[in-house]
Design a protein around this ligand. Structure first.
Ligand code: IPM
Ligand code: MN
Length: 365
């Protein structure tokens, strides 16, 4: 019997709708084991702007600091699009959270059940067994967080620059996450860079090669240039098992992977930090890969699976409850594969509502 202490940041549009159902499923799953949930709901994103004038209100950060994990919904939408880009919910909430909590490792499972193969834009014969790969993205370094400026050249022309840099220690720690993920799977890792052009990638490739040779000789390590990797992912995603890359490349490749895996409503993610939480495990932020879907918000039809699966990742990484996490993942899989589907994955079947999906998953726990 344990108590899981976390912050809940539902965010905007469908964020709160799918969060409500995910918390309900989480309560049922944990309750069966006698575990308790101790969570605090905080405003973030557009909700933070509306309530406190800021996408990431100070009290939200404070509450997160006093938690062992953050369960995040989705932020942003048309209501706040008129704001300057550095005040918009996505950039002004997510990027500072990553930096403050040193969430350097973004883990995104690219999972497509064979029964959902129709949801992928790839021809079904290319993915007869669905898709099962993992994308690991470095999340607190590189061009996202390097020096940025807009300036006037000596000739009077306006210019801007962003700087990309990586330290050996930053590369090694993300290589370690990739290696440990691969050890629990197929012991196969692909590192993705642009070492034919970028200095940071030359260092990346050298550091990764040495790190694996020294620490994980049993893992089959390969390297790809990012342009080729983008092509390979679209051609035959299952040639990868675990792939990992720097921040900007990872931003792009993880979206490519998401679309190949079909519905955004099914994809979850974990962003893990450096330090340990109060129970000696990893602090992390857990969020669905899809956005706030303003077009379907308020209709009660959004797919809650990605949010539910994100909460399963929270149990696994931040609370050490691997078996319980697997049970939730299996309940989601069984539900979807038995033909109970929200509209985004219904393909002609009768679609159920967000809440009905949650109830169906609960009944399979
Ligand atoms: C993501 C998003 C963010 C990113 C944006 C919203 C800042 O696209 O999590 O992939 O670029 O990292
Ligand atoms: Mn992105």
């Amino acid at each position: 019997m344990a108590t899981f202490k976390f912050s809940v940041l539902p965010g905007d549009y469908i964020g709160p709708e799918v969060m409500e159902v995910a918390l309900d499923v989480l309560k049922t799953a944990c309750g069966k084991e006698g575990h308790k949930l101790d969570y605090t709901v905080c405003a973030v994103g557009g909700a933070g702007i509306d309530k406190f004038g800021k996408a990431l209100p100070d009290q939200t950060v404070e509450t997160c600091r006093n938690s062992d994990a953050i369960l995040f919904g989705s932020v942003g939408g048309p209501k706040w699009e008129h704001l300057p880009s550095n005040e918009q919910p996505e950039r002004a909430a997510l990027l500072p959270l990553r930096k403050i909590f040193k969430l350097f490792a973004n883990i995104r499972p690219g999972l497509l059940y064979p029964q959902l193969a129709d949801a992928s834009p790839l021809k079904t014969e290319r993915i007869p067994n669905g898709i099962d790969i993992v994308c690991i993205r470095e999340l607190t370094g590189g061009i996202y967080f390097g020096e940025k400026k807009t300036f006037t050249n000596p000739d009077g022309e306006t210019a801007a620059s962003d700087t990309m840099s990586y330290k050996v220690s930053e590369i090694e720690r993300i290589a370690e996450v990739a290696a440990k993920t691969a050890m629990a799977r197929g012991k196969k890792v692909c590192s993705i860079d642009k070492a034919n052009v970028l200095e940071t990638s030359v260092l990346w490739r050298k550091t990764v090669s040495e790190y694996f040779r020294k620490n994980f000789p049993e893992i089959e390590l390969s390297h790809l240039y990012v342009d080729n990797a983008a092509m390979q992912l679209a051609r035959d995603p299952n040639q990868f098992d675990v792939f990992f890359t720097e921040n900007m490349f990872g931003d792009i490749l993880s979206d490519e992977m998401a679309v190949i895996c079909g519905s955004l409503g099914m994809l979850c993610s974990a962003s893990l930090g450096i330090g340990k939480n109060s129970i000696g495990l990893k602090f992390g932020l857990y969020e669905p890969a899809g956005g706030t879907a303003p077009d379907i918000a308020g209709k009660g039809i959004a797919n809650p699976c990605a949010q539910i699966l994100s909460s399963a990742l929270m149990l696994r990484y931040s609370f050490g409850e691997d078996a319980l996490a697997s049970r939730i993942e299996k309940a989601v899989r069984d539900t979807v594969c038995s033909g109970i589907r929200t509209a985004d994955i219904a393909f002609g079947m009768k679609a159920v509502s967000t809440k009905e999906m949650g109830e169906a998953i609960k009944s399979r726990l």
